[in-house]
Write a protein that binds this ligand. Structure first.
Ligand code: MLT
Ligand code: ZN
Length: 471
């Protein structure tokens, strides 16, 4: 499927030639294969059609690019690992993609502040390893850790599997350097813990999906590693029991994750090589991780299992006894996205407050069963923080455009249910291009007006990732 391919105007081609001639340090790619590779993210819904790809190696080069773009009114699309699921890094309208893949280093570790300063193109997993070298952790984590970049995590305020304990990316960014649309370099918050000196522009930039400027450096907070943990997998008979299991676990255990998935998710992940956990199939499963540093905590986990079993909330359970077993249980949850990729899923990434989950689930389940009887629907996600991923799989015989049109009709209805329950159409993937039509179900007209105003102040010409988030 494709939307919009743009022919590039002659003056823009001439401006690009001038950039190449006068700034020979700025590496530029224009090969069709590169344009295709760097012009898309994991959504695969738009045909990439960027003007060119710039691969800056320094902040100064990013400033040069921004000044050039501003002088010639060329739109810029920031690009990290391009693992985004909402089209936030798509360049389909003659934009210049600014790839941060050459700006991928750790710049500084500060032992006193317990911070790591990094360039935006660094992979999340490399940050984890760098923190571990100093006996600390950077706690934001999710399955795309090996390929996503910190710049992209900041752009979407990425969440993941341990939000329940550690919160989202915004809790862990102590400072940012931003190249503004006019090429100015801004230092936002400078790593301070306490800073009561006006608007926190750093927090505005986090989650702005690249619309307020180009993040060129981030100072990340690190923390102590958690105590030893165990992972438990529950087989659950009813959706209504999921949040009751959560309540029992949260009361007795010190949780770091509480995730769920359905039998359909298990089916796909097993077909992808994961190990079958139980002989019998249950409609729902929960993977939970918790501190298990001593006998008392390990005993509490067994008691939680017994209690859930006695109350009829779970049918079965398995408790990890080694790191390898914990990894095998995690694979059942973390392998889902990859196992679904070939089915070209339509992704819903929605959230409500934890207290609203039970009523919301009831209404959603009824809505989706009614509206999607013909599709394979895979439910999973971070239910412990109210975030559900409902992936609808494309039947092989249905064309891409028709499939998306059918899904979008349902998303409109879903957006209404979310509005009634005070939820969000995007919990952690971002709005990008994919969820733009539904932003008004989550944000009021007054809020969107203010957001537009903020964007205009940062970027009067509208050149920073235009078309994303809102027009
Ligand atoms: C995940 O949590 O696995 C992803 O954010 C969800 C998805 O691929 O839809
Ligand atoms: Zn997720």
């Amino acid at each position: 499927m494709s939307e919009s391919t743009t022919s590039i105007a002659a003056p823009v081609i001439a401006a690009l030639d001038e950039l190449r001639r006068t700034q020979s340090d700025v590496r530029l790619l224009t090969d069709p294969a590169d344009l295709e590779h760097y012009g898309r993210d994991w959504t695969r819904r738009w045909t990439p059609a960027p003007l060119a790809i710039a691969l800056p190696a320094s902040i100064e080069e990013v400033q040069t690019i921004a000044r050039w773009a501003s002088a010639h009114a060329v739109a810029l699309v920031p690009s990290g690992g391009r693992t985004g699921l909402s089209g936030g890094a798509v360049a389909a309208r003659g934009e210049l993609v600014v790839s941060f893949e050459r700006m991928n280093r750790v710049l500084e570790f500060n032992a006193v502040d317990r911070t790591l300063t990094v360039q935006p193109g660094i992979a999340l997993e490399t940050v984890h390893k760098a923190a571990a070298e100093h006996g600390l952790i950077y706690p934001v984590d999710f399955a795309a850790r090996g390929s996503c970049s910190i710049g992209g995590n900041i752009a979407t305020n990425a969440g993941g599997i341990r939000v329940i304990r550690y919160g989202n990316t915004r809790e862990w960014v102590a400072g940012l350097k931003l190249v503004a649309a006019n090429g100015d370099l801004l230092e936002l918050n400078r790593g301070l813990i306490k800073n009561s000196s006006g608007y926190d522009l750093r927090q505005l930039v986090i989650g702005a999906e690249g619309t307020l400027g180009l993040v060129v450096e981030a100072t990340l907070r690190l923390t102590d590693p958690p105590p030893a943990s165990q992972v438990m997998l529950f087989a659950v008979a009813e959706m209504a029991a999921l949040m009751r299991v959560f309540a029992v676990c949260r009361r007795r255990l010190n949780l770091s994750a509480f995730e769920f998935f359905t039998d359909r998710a298990l089916h796909h992940v097993l077909a992808h090589g994961a190990q079958k956990p139980f002989d019998d199939v249950s409609p729902y499963y929960v993977v939970t991780e918790f501190d298990a540093a001593d006998e008392a905590q390990q005993q509490a986990a067994l008691e939680v299992f017994e209690q859930c079993l006695n109350q009829g909330l779970v049918n079965d359970g398995v408790l990890s006894q080694s790191e390898a077993q914990a990894a095998a249980l995690w694979r059942l949850r973390e392998g889902i996205t990859e196992s679904l990729a070939s089915h070209r899923p339509y992704k819903n990434d929605i959230s409500v407050r934890i207290s609203a989950v039970p009523a919301f689930l009831d209404e959603m389940q009824a809505l989706l069963a009614r509206e999607y009887p013909q599709f394979d629907m895979v439910w999973f996600g971070h239910i412990g923080d109210g975030n559900l991923h409902i992936n609808v799989l494309k039947p092989a015989e249905l064309g891409d455009a028709e499939f998306v049109a059918q899904c979008e009709r349902v998303t409109k209805l879903l957006s209404g249910v979310l509005a009634r329950h005070g939820g969000s159409i995007s919990a952690e993937h971002g709005i990008g291009l994919v969820k733009k039509p539904y932003l008004s179900g989550t944000r009021s007209a007054a809020e969107i007006d203010l957001m537009r105003g903020v964007r205009r102040v940062f970027d009067p010409q509208g050149l920073m990732n235009p078309g994303k988030l809102f027009d």
